[in-house]
Ligand binder design. Structure first.
Ligand SMILES: Cc1cc2nc3c(=O)[nH]c(=O)nc-3n(C[C@H](O)[C@H](O)[C@H](O)COP(=O)(O)OP(=O)(O)OC[C@H]3O[C@@H](n4cnc5c(N)ncnc54)[C@H](O)[C@@H]3O)c2cc1C
Length: 378
């Protein structure tokens, strides 16, 4: 039985590890010439860390990550809006919340796979089914054939586009810059997100005096003026925000900026298509407002391997995976989009009202959502 996985991102690599743990050697086909993380830092919430625990690789990831005490939301003057005690939640959910440089996460994941299991420079162009087989056609002219295909090829998945041509990505209405910089972070115990009239700014300490930051402003889709934005432009926009935001920007070089519009995927009617399964962003790409896209991809990997172990056949396992994952992943997509709309309110008056309402929210309301998202059992 040959299983191919298109995409060597967090979903593809974690799935390959999870399958290996059940005795199945899948082959990953990755478009890029090498497995390299695109992006900056990433938050791995307790549900993702619990998934890594189940795979037995959490310790290695924790060594490369940074444990945080809390996640705070502030206004542009630095006044607290909400605080989530992530250490307390760790105790409750049985795993900690970490931040990690994406490149390090990829290195750790790769270290658990045989080199022969990951084929780079294999951009899937199209596929067709032939009898029981799925035939794969790659951009380098080569072809492959597998019994089962797991598509983990991201938000623009060509596999999904062929299976569900009418499903499209949805622009969220804001554009985003990110960077990882050298910055003293030993004294920082919290990740923060600042909501203000000029947009949102997140500051996330990583290990080894590295800091990951992101900034989102409302914008038209694919507005090329933002593509050419420099650190000076961002300073113009966020320079009046509280410490350390201006200093963080001053310590960033324009060539370190990663820019992209934020989008998600409208809910899919199915994830399983007989011998083909969509997972990760290919199935349920979400906006980053809950920091859950990769966490859900990790849950996918663990649950898929578990389902395969229990089901009478892979066809049954794929269908069962769809049954188990659809409602939860689509809840995250919906909720995250909503949070983004609230967080990105840039009208001073409405923003002030929002902040007051948020401060008045009972802790139990926030707790309920945390329980739902982080309190996963594998
Ligand atoms: C600004 C931002 C911040 C985020 N922060 C967080 C966070 O803090 N926490 C969190 O959990 N999530 C976060 N996310 C979401 C997270 O990045 C994604 O959900 C996660 O990377 C999805 O993993 P994936 O493997 O499904 O897809 P991807 O990471 O997109 O990987 C897909 C892989 O498939 C490859 N590929 C694409 N096309 C082909 C093809 N045709 N053939 C072969 N290979 C192909 C790509 O090269 C890539 O390696 C954030 C997202 C953004 C945009």
């Amino acid at each position: 039985m040959e299983i191919g996985i298109t995409g060597g991102g967090i979903a593809g690599l974690t799935t390959a590890i999870a399958l290996k743990r059940t005795g199945i050697q899948a082959v990953v086909y990755e478009a890029a010439p090498e497995i390299k993380a695109v992006g900056a830092g990433i938050g791995l919430a307790a549900n993702a860390m619990k998934g890594f625990q189940k795979l037995g690789i959490d310790q290695a990831i924790m060594q490369e990550g940074r444990l945080l005490d809390a996640l705070v939301i502030k206004d542009e003057r630095g006044r607290l809006i909400t605080k989530t005690d992530t250490l307390a939640s760790s105790k409750k959910y049985g795993a900690d919340n970490f931040t990690i440089h994406r490149a390090r996460l990829h290195q750790v994941l790769m270290s658990y796979l045989d080199a022969a299991a990951v084929h780079t420079n294999k951009r899937l162009l199209h596929f067709e089914r032939n009898g029981d087989k799925v035939h794969l056609h790659f951009a380098d002219g080569s072809q492959g054939s597998v019994d089962y295909l797991i598509a983990a090829d991201g938000i623009h998945s060509p596999v999904r586009q062929k299976l569900l041509p009418n499903v499209s990505t949805r622009y969220a209405g804001y554009t985003c810059w990110r960077a990882v910089i050298d910055y003293p972070t030993d004294h920082l115990r919290e990740a923060s997100e600042t909501w203000g009239p000029n947009g949102r700014f997140g500051v996330v300490p990583l290990k080894d005096n590295k800091l990951y930051w992101y900034a989102c402003v409302k914008a038209k889709e694919n507005d090329l003026q933002y593509k050419n934005y420099t650190v000076e432009d961002l300073l113009q926009n966020f320079g009046s925000y509280h410490h350390p935001i201006p200093e963080v920007l001053q310590n960033t070089k324009t060539e370190q900026l990663i820019w992209n519009d934020i989008a998600d995927l409208s809910p899919l009617p199915q994830y399983a298509f007989d011998t083909i399964l969509l997972i990760g962003d290919a199935a349920h790409a979400t906006t980053p407002n809950m920091g859950q896209g990769a966490c859900q991809a990790i849950e996918d990997a663990v649950i898929l391997a578990d389902t395969i172990k229990k089901a009478p056949s892979l066809l049954d396992a794929f269908k069962e995976f769809e049954r188990l994952r659809m409602a939860r992943t689509q809840y995250i997509v919906k909720q995250s989009r909503l949070i983004g709309e609230v967080a990105q309110l840039q009208n001073k008056l409405i923003g002030g009202l929002r902040n007051s309402l948020m401060r008045a929210l009972p802790a139990s309301a926030q707790q309920k959502q945390l329980d739902k998202v982080l309190g996963v059992e594998f």
